[in-house]
Design a protein around this ligand. Structure first.
Ligand code: URA
Length: 218
């Protein structure tokens, strides 16, 4: 019942004031999904599979709409995220949220997470091995949420999915078919904070990723 209440809260935050349940089967499916996502969160919070757990304050599993059509995947939690246990809540996160809002959408419509769920010391880039070790959590989140589009924020997110180095300045804006989904590569908001000329490009990319996610075309 608690999971169903959480689901209703999410729907309300998205502006749905009424729901019509046609079949009991459908609501059970939705609550199952939330339950399974919570189970993954718990596994992440207790994870000791790599050394990043040693220095974390809080693991950062991810947050957002369990039925999101678009998922944002960043590199790794930073200091603010590590303190709060929530993704993209620091300066880079505020920029991401501001840009989503500038497109007329809400952050809560989407699911936001990272390639690794614990902060690397001194905010270094996660190693390929750390990304690989954490990958099953992200893979399971993707499978359950089933987004049409995954927006990869920065080269490290690109690496986790494509398993090859990504030159983001050259490859951003590319749409890549991946396991029946679309990957959309763009800048990391932290890069944009250091290179303000890239701000309109990130905004345009976020707009495009949202359009792709909501378009009826396959
Ligand atoms: N940078 C990331 O890649 N992820 C966060 O959650 C915050 C900053």
């Amino acid at each position: 019942m608690e999971e169903f209440k959480d689901y209703l809260k999410i729907l309300k935050s998205l502006g749905f004031n009424e729901i019509f349940i046609e079949k009991e089967e459908q609501s059970v499916k939705a609550t199952d999904k939330i339950k399974l996502l919570k189970e993954i969160e718990e596994q992440i919070k207790n994870c000791t599979k790599c050394e990043l757990h040693l220095s974390r304050t809080k693991a950062v599993p991810g947050e957002g709409n369990p039925d999101a059509k678009l998922m944002f995947v960043g590199e790794a939690p930073g200091g603010d995220e590590d303190k709060q246990g929530r993704p993209f809540v620091g300066r880079a996160g505020k920029l991401l949220t501001k840009m989503i809002e500038a497109t007329g959408h809400k952050r809560e419509e989407f699911y936001i997470t990272n390639t690794v769920k614990c902060r690397p010391p001194n905010n270094r880039t996660p190693t390929p091995w750390e990304q690989e070790t954490c990958w099953p959590y992200l893979e399971k989140q993707i499978e359950l949420i089933n987004p049409k589009v995954i927006c990869l924020l920065g080269a490290a997110a690109g690496y986790a999915f494509l398993k090859r180095p990504v030159k983001i300045t050259k490859e951003r804006g590319q749409i890549i078919k991946w396991n029946n989904r679309l990957l959309y590569l763009t800048y990391h908001p932290a890069y944009v904070l250091r290179n303000l000329q890239a701000e309109p490009i990130l905004l345009q990319d976020i707009k495009k990723a949202i359009e792709l996610a909501y378009s009826q075309e396959e």
